[in-house]
Design a protein around this ligand. Structure first.
Ligand code: NDP
Ligand code: PYC
Length: 345
């Protein structure tokens, strides 16, 4: 068995933050990015954990994200739309800045939306969702990525892997959260298969000629497929419309044209909608949280599991025992810390 190292979340946070600081990120960008990457690793979401650091640094080095960006909040009195401009920095710092206002407005109006513009977003969406469920709010989060997915019936990359996430608060329990790419799998999973020299499961991708493939290289050169056929294709398209065109930001094909590559983290916008279940249910019978518990119990009662349960189990283990990293991952962290941007091509 290869050697492994166990780190506490605090120790990993310090290491990842130090890597980003060495690469020239300011305190708010470095802190926010490290928090989502460490959370991914802690929750056993390898496709959005420490493996993503290199891509973030590559994007900084290519000049496609501003490492010292200071996001700016734009508030219109009485509006349910909170806007934050990430100022060409990472989305995560902009989200952290805008979260209190989004929460306040969702509570006072029952519903509020946060628009993040001009941001680079490469992380999972559940950190945003969980920040809102922790405030007793339900949440929907979505963003485009870059054109890598063929629409159902088509054979060329057009839509992004466009992640879509939802959360519902559960008093005294971890929230109900799902978070998935609208492609069969996240692109990060294809890259992890390529690195491990493993074939892809059938049905994930087509090659550049439009033929089904299980070869990760051929899939990266061809196109990924939407989940659920025409249904995933339609949801992916909706995300381009709502979290791209509607908020005046880039769609996935525009992102790819702007970056010219999928090896850098995508630059676009993000849409976050927060709901107060109490405000929506006011005047109707039953407590929405208690009624939701009946539904969750019925799901689990059939032997099904709730989404995010795997993550919560992994989180509890990481919190109790620390986060296990392979020797190769530790070596990579050391290299990135020692060399900064010189470590990436
Ligand atoms: P998965 O298919 O691994 O998981 C999707 C969701 O389904 C998770 O909430 C998962 O919970 C849940 N789930 C999985 N299996 C079951 C089951 N048997 N029963 C009930 N629930 C289940 O996710 P993807 O590979 O599609 O996406 C991975 C991540 O990639 C996401 O976090 C997404 O945000 C991110 N991503 C980010 C992009 C970006 O541009 N920023 C682009 C695309 C993806 P659990 O985790 O507990 O297994
Ligand atoms: O895993 O599909 C993905 C992805 C694209 C951009 C960030 N993550």
């Amino acid at each position: 068995m290869s050697e492994t190292t166990i780190l506490t979340t605090t120790a990993l946070q310090e290491r990842v933050e130090a890597i980003f600081r060495k690469a020239g990120l300011n305190v708010i960008q470095a802190g926010a990015l490290a928090r989502v990457i460490v959370a991914g690793e802690r929750d056993a979401c390898k496709s959005h954990g420490v493996y993503r650091i290199e891509g973030a640094l590559r994007t900084v080095k290519a000049g496609k994200v501003k490492p010292d960006a200071v996001p700016e909040l734009a508030l219109e009195e009485g509006s349910a739309i909170v806007k934050v401009n990430a100022a060409d920095g990472f989305a995560n710092a902009a989200f952290e800045l805008a979260l209190p206002k989004l929460t306040e407005r969702a509570r006072s109006s029952g519903l509020a939306a946060l628009v993040i513009n001009d941001c680079t977003h490469f992380s999972a969406l559940w950190p945003e969702v969980e920040a809102l469920t922790a405030e007793g709010l339900a949440a929907l989060v979505m963003c485009p990525s870059y054109a890598t997915v063929a629409p159902t019936g088509g054979n060329k990359p057009l839509l992004g892997t466009n992640p879509f996430a939802f959360g519902w608060p559960r008093p005294g329990k971890p929230p109900y959260v799902f978070d998935f790419a609208t492609s069969v799998a996240a692109r990060g999973e294809i890259e992890l298969h390529r690195r491990a020299g493993k074939p892809l499961p059938e049905g994930w991708a087509i090659d550049a000629e439009g033929n089904p493939t299980t070869d990760p290289e051929a899939a990266l050169a061809g196109a990924m497929l939407p989940f659920g056929g025409h249904k995933g294709s339609a949801i992916g398209t909706m995300i381009e419309l709502l979290a791209g065109i509607m908020i005046g930001d880039l769609t996935s094909p525009e992102v790819l044209a702007y970056l010219g590559t999928t090896t850098l983290a995508p630059f676009h916008g993000e849409l976050i909608i927060a709901f107060s279940p109490e405000a929506f249910a006011a005047g109707r019978p039953g407590n929405p949280f208690a009624r939701a518990e009946v539904l969750f119990e019925a799901i689990v009662g059939q032997g099904a599991r709730l989404p995010s349960q795997r993550r919560y189990v992994a989180r509890a283990k990481s919190e109790a025992e620390g986060i296990t990293l392979t020797a190769a991952e530790i070596e990579q962290l050391d290299r990135l810390l020692a060399l900064g941007l010189d470590a990436v091509a």
